[in-house]
Write a protein that binds this ligand. Structure first.
Ligand SMILES: Cc1cc2nc3c(=O)[nH]c(=O)nc-3n(C[C@H](O)[C@H](O)[C@H](O)COP(=O)(O)OP(=O)(O)OC[C@H]3O[C@@H](n4cnc5c(N)ncnc54)[C@H](O)[C@@H]3O)c2cc1C
Length: 499
């Protein structure tokens, strides 16, 4: 079936990357149509409710959202500020790093962060200064949006890409506890001791060091705000549209075809879906084999195992920040080191029960290898069978046991518990093997994991977490990079700075 309309852009995938790119292009007078396979737009911005509690799936906190900071300025330019509720996290502990029994609080702002850390670690002043200096140096280009001054696509990606984050931390100091604390929130980028580049560690920490906020009321508010914006500007966001094929006229894509047999025509096509998945829509011969082989063979980050707990009223104190817990100082490669009991650590946060000061729910995120769930990969959510239910139950219990070590007050106060595995994420967002953050960046071979937004197909582009960096700011900047092929990016960046 042919749809009558022809668009300037068909954008495939209605997660943050696709919606953000559509929002930027429609603000710049292009007519866009977003095709999302799920019944709801948002991808990882989606939320779900259980027992009256709202849970986020893949957007737990955001950063750099004070006036003048990059995420705030971009959102202001797009008219998104005030379209969703935020709650500022504790400036004296937006992240609390717990190594065994000891706790270390991360404070907002370079100076406070440094001052507090130096109190925990007297004698380590020069290591802490060197850490902060590197974060500042690497992230300055993001903070000022200076990455848009020259060849954006590469500049954003490559800055400090060839250095290993693990070596960087280890070279700062011999103090094992300080090393563990500085890398203690590395679940934010699936810290891999052999591969993670310094820029991921730096940009992620810089993002939250600037300011940290919870999207209270749920990440879906941002997805809804983006959908409204796109529609107000004459664009469309269509859900329940799974793209399965791109048809061609010569070298150019002519239409995106869905599993229901509909065809959507446009001048340009942007995929916000994992590049390896996107290649399956394209007949062989349209792209060089060396390129498609490279993309298909890139490894992806490990998947997530997430525990969602509904807790009794007035029982557990709400904490206005995140707890990163590790059993010991061995904080890298969480849940990937063979022979170690699962899980080795987690990130945990609570949501507030009104103004009571108590929690109504707790979300706990840790990692799980896809191999552990591979035997159920041909099943779908809700119908995976009794052995999968038992497997999930065992994992929930193992994670709860570790949580109780740190938070014994939870015992007897959990009313309901739910969990998501890499299969859940795969089925809801289409991420390869339920990978948390998509393509795993590799400092040993930066070019191998670099995906340009442009392809050899003249009107087919990429956006989303697999180009540039993952996360709210990484994906938003990625959307600007992709849109920058069609809009006057210099003048847009100036507008963003002045917004
Ligand atoms: C557990 C977890 C916690 C996280 N926490 C944070 C956090 O606290 N802060 C932060 O900044 N980042 C966080 N992230 C990362 C962040 O959520 C992602 O980097 C970001 O949302 C990715 O956006 P995306 O658009 O690239 O991908 P996605 O959100 O995966 O969107 C891709 C979309 O494409 C659709 N799709 C797939 N195949 C097709 C098809 N064939 N046709 C049409 N549509 C298709 C999917 O349904 C999906 O909606 C977290 C991620 C996870 C997994």
């Amino acid at each position: 079936m042919h749809t009558d309309q022809r668009y300037d852009f068909v954008i495939i995938g209605g997660g943050l990357g696709g919606l953000m790119c559509a929002g930027i292009l429609s603000q710049n007078n292009y007519r866009v149509c977003v095709l999302e396979r799920d019944k709801k737009a948002g991808g990882n911005l989606q939320t779900f409710s259980r027992n009256g509690c709202l849970f986020d799936t893949g957007m737990h906190y955001i950063g750099s959202y004070d006036k003048g900071q990059p995420l705030y300025q971009i959102f202001r330019y797009l008219g998104l500020v005030d379209k969703f509720k935020v709650q500022r996290l504790d400036d004296e502990g937006y992240d609390v790093i717990s190594i065994g029994d000891r706790e270390f609080r991360f404070s907002t702002g370079y100076d406070n962060f440094s001052k507090n850390l130096k109190q925990y670690f007297p004698g380590e002043e020069s290591a802490i200064d060197a850490y902060i200096d590197t974060i500042k140096r690497v992230s300055n280009q993001v903070n000022t949006l200076g990455i848009f001054d020259d060849e954006t696509d590469k500049a954003a990606y490559f800055f400090s890409y060839n250095e290993s984050a693990f070596d960087f931390i280890n070279n700062l100091t011999q103090n094992k506890l300080l090393r563990a604390v500085l890398a203690g929130n590395n679940g934010l980028y699936c810290g891999n001791s052999k591969k993670t580049p310094v820029n991921l560690l730096a940009n992620t920490n810089n993002f939250y060091l600037g300011s940290a906020y919870r999207m209270s009321g749920g990440g879906h508010q941002l997805a809804n705000a983006l959908v409204s914006k796109i529609e107000q500007q004459g664009g469309l966001v269509l859900t329940g549209k799974k793209v399965t094929r791109l048809s061609f006229e010569g070298k150019r894509v002519a239409s995106a075809e869905t599993s229901a047999g509909e065809a959507y025509f446009a001048d340009n096509f942007i995929s916000a879906v994992h590049p390896a998945v996107s290649l399956d829509w394209i007949e062989p011969g349209k792209l060089p084999k060396v390129y498609t082989d490279r993309i298909r063979n890139i490894e992806n980050t490990i998947g997530a195992f997430v525990l969602y707990l509904v807790v009794g009223k007035g029982k557990i104190r709400h904490r206005n920040g995140n707890l990163y817990y590790s059993v010991d100082e061995d904080v890298w490669d969480i849940n990937r080191t063979p022979g170690k009991p699962w899980p080795h650590g987690y990130m945990l946060y609570t949501t507030k029960d009104g103004d009571t000061g108590y929690a109504e729910s707790i979300t706990v995120v840790t990692m799980l290898e896809y191999n552990e769930v591979r035997q159920w990969e041909n099943t779908v959510t809700g119908r995976r069978g009794e052995d999968y239910r038992r497997f999930k139950q065992e994992k929930m219990e193992a994670l709860t046991t570790l949580i109780l070590k740190k938070l014994p007050e939870i015992k007897g106060n959990v009313l309901h518990s739910y969990a998501a595995t890499p299969l859940t994420f795969r089925d809801y967002t289409g991420s390869v093997n339920g990978s948390m953050y998509g393509i795993e960046k590799d400092c040993n071979n930066a070019l191998k994991t670099f995906i340009s937004v442009r392809t050899k197909i003249p009107n087919f582009y990429f956006t989303g977490q697999n180009i540039n960096n993952h996360g709210m700011l990484g994906v938003t900047i990625g959307a600007l990079i992709t849109a920058g092929n069609f809009i006057d990016i210099q003048s847009v960046v100036q507008k963003i700075r002045n917004a």
